[in-house]
Ligand binder design. Structure first.
Ligand code: R5P
Length: 293
């Protein structure tokens, strides 16, 4: 297998190559003056299974999706036998159903576009809703980075911390973290108005008094969910509040608003490279690629 370094995940791809020993193929990329993307593989892929590592987080998630598709096409034209897309953050994964009349299912459209470009298989990390993947036109799998995030806090001396999910539907995240942290786990309740996007959070039967609490979520976007959760935890007498997410999009001033809300540290992964990406997905993705080379 060879690992192709998508422009959005160059460091992660190189890290995966270093861990697996698979050759790394760089990609030259540029944006034309009119905004269109260009990519070129700088290595031979003939008769190889290749893994293209390319996250599709903001900014320019559409451009990153196009880069991914163009790389897949280049790989197939170059004679690659099998093209696996390793897409830690899959853009549009939250539009996975028609919530309101007249909407489409964006993530399924994206999957069909990727299939048409030459992708044979997809690996992502903590997709918002796993059943989505069953609708994709190729085998698709999601891995969980939650144990790695929980381990980060264990290594910092927070074994026994309370694992909190900000939403009942994401309780599986708190449970995965709990297995590593060894403390209690629980969730808040969150309801979203589908027209305004506004959410209301409540806590029922939660006891976090004097506890160190780690709020864990798949995505932090505007930060509103974490800010609301932190406020509730402070009201309930939590001693320390941290937060961890797989995909730290941190749109606008989200990071500042979360810290201002009393969260002591925000921890994310290199799914979204940036200030808070303190945990690498490379070991998780390397293990998966090694198992299927
Ligand atoms: C949605 O249900 C997700 O799991 C996240 O909780 C959500 O995307 C976070 O968004 P925001 O940071 O804008 O509140």
């Amino acid at each position: 297998m060879k690992v192709i370094s998508g422009p959005a995940s160059k460091e992660l791809a190189e890290h995966i190559s270093a861990l697996t020993g698979f050759d790394n193929i760089p990609v030259a990329s540029k944006v034309f003056p009119d905004g269109e993307s260009y990519v070129r593989l700088e290595g031979d892929v003939k008769s190889e299974n290749v893994a293209i590592v390319q996250t599709t987080c903001p900014p320019m998630q559409d451009g990153r999706l196009f880069q991914l598709a163009f790389i897949a096409d280049a790989a197939k034209r170059g004679g690659a036998s099998k093209v696996t897309a390793v897409v830690p953050y899959l853009a549009y994964a939250r539009q996975d159903k028609t919530f309101l009349a007249g909407e489409g299912i964006s993530v399924e459209t994206i999957a069909r576009m990727l299939k048409a470009s030459g992708i044979d298989e997809l690996i992502t990390v903590n997709i918002h809703s796993e059943p989505t993947l069953k609708q994709f036109p190729f085998p698709a799998k999601t891995l969980s980075a939650i144990p790695l995030l929980a381990k980060y806090f264990v290594n910092k001396g927070f074994k026994g911390a309370f694992a909190l999910s900000p939403d009942k539907g994401a309780m599986y995240i708190a449970k995965q973290a709990q297995e590593v942290l060894g403390g209690d786990a629980g969730h808040l309740n969150k309801q979203r108005d589908r027209y305004t996007g506004q959410t209301v959070q409540t806590a029922e039967g939660l006891n976090v008094k004097n506890q160190t609490v780690i709020i864990l979520d798949d995505i932090i976007s505007t930060g509103g969910t974490i800010v609301g959760a932190a406020k509730i935890l402070r009201e309930q007498g939590a001693k320390h509040v941290f937060c961890a997410c797989v995909h730290g999009l941190l749109i606008g001033d989200a990071e500042k608003r979360i810290l201002d809300a009393g969260v002591e540290e925000i921890v994310g992964t290199d799914s979204v490279p940036g200030n808070i990406s303190k945990v690498s997905l490379a070991p998780l993705l390397s293990q998966e690629l090694r198992s299927q080379k």
